[in-house]
Design a protein around this ligand. Sequence first.
Ligand code: SAH
Ligand code: SF4
Ligand code: F3S
Length: 436
Amino acid sequence: MEKKYHIITLGCQKNEYDSQLIAALLKSMGYESTGKIEECDILVINTCCIRNKADVKVYGRLGQYRELKSANPDLITIVSGCLAEKDGKSLLSRFSNVSLVVGPRNISRIPELVEYVRRTGKRRCAIGLGNMNFEIMPVLRDRAYAAWIPVTEGCDCRCTYCIVPYVRGAMTSRPSEHIVHEAEEFAASGGVEITLLGQNVNAYGTDIPEYGDFGSILEKINAIDGIKRIRFMSPHPRNFSDAFIEKMASLEKVCPHVHLPLQSGDDTILRRMNRRYGTDEYAHIVDKLRSSINDIAITTDIIAGFPGETEEQFSNTMEFVKRMEFDGAFMFAYSEREGTPAVKINPPVPPQERLDRLNRLIALQNDITFAKHRLYEGREAEVLVETVSKKDSEFLTGKTLRKEVVNFTGPENLVGKLVRVRLAKAYTWGFMGEMV
Ligand code: SAH
Ligand code: SF4
Ligand code: F3S
């Protein structure tokens, strides 16, 4: 009988990509994908640990999956990803149903590790942040039209609140020819949208200058036939130069959208976060982007309740958010990550106060997002159709160049296609559209 795997992906796009690597490795071992978790022989949970909530989610799931192991004693459960790197062996002692713990830099060892478990019945933990071995590894994409392509692994920024440098290691750039090769192969197979990934994409090549800079990568991808849309996530304001904005503006396939994490609108807090820019520099980037690229959408990430944040400093963030008029934002309550410098900053903001600030911020930004969407109501836009809507199977859902969500009625065979849609009605979440 055919052996099957099931992969659950939590966390960011980098994890989505890593899951595609894991899928390709398992397939090369003769395993087939199944959507039914209860019939799999290998269960992979590719985890995140960016905030405490992410940890809790994984632990909850692992508890739930004990039953699967009782029903099928041969089941091999693999915990991969960032929480695997953070919590390591303790996952094995806490969950007898887990066979393998595999950190982000040990993914390529999965075939060997699975063989080991099958042969010996023993359990293993493979973590560690040694140098990344960047061979070209095949990926198995679940969507034929869109690809994630990492340009770097790890992060050197060491924002004081953030766990990523500890679980993904120092920044290592991928050889540019690997990135371009992956993009060309994807285009040859009919793909249209590429999202270049990294924790700080603009720092690409600063470790290995021969690879060129991030602008040169954009240029090379822009030249590939068949590719229609290029996105990237995330740039860091500290490396976002005017020259880069000009390069972006000159490349026609690069989408008019930048996700530029702000984190705080207060200069003292930004300093304590080790972000290495101030609100003036941030505002300069936003002005320059808006004056150089027509209709550009700018979205951001913000943390409420960073240690030591006073009510006044928080209101500076509120004021700055009003001034920047972001097209959208992901907003979070600060979460302590053990081992990061921020946990030692005093006094911590009480958890209830963090949530209260977060809610005020969300309410403010929602009004701004809605007002922004209203400006585009009635216009026509090019939409890349992604899926049949999760909420209501009657609708297709896709994204505009500015990365706004659009739902509209249409045939399922449009998935993966670019269509013209009228943005008939604006909402905070996006638009209801009509095909034209
Ligand atoms: N490398 C990306 C961010 C990856 S994490 C970047 O810097 O752009 C995504 C977001 O999670 C961050 O931008 C930040 O807003 C949030 N975040 C990270 N650590 C956090 C923490 N300890 N508590 C709350 N939010 C956090
Ligand atoms: Fe974390 Fe900062 Fe690196 Fe982003 S840039 S991953 S927030 S350390
Ligand atoms: Fe989470 Fe790791 Fe991404 S901590 S946000 S999955 S880099």
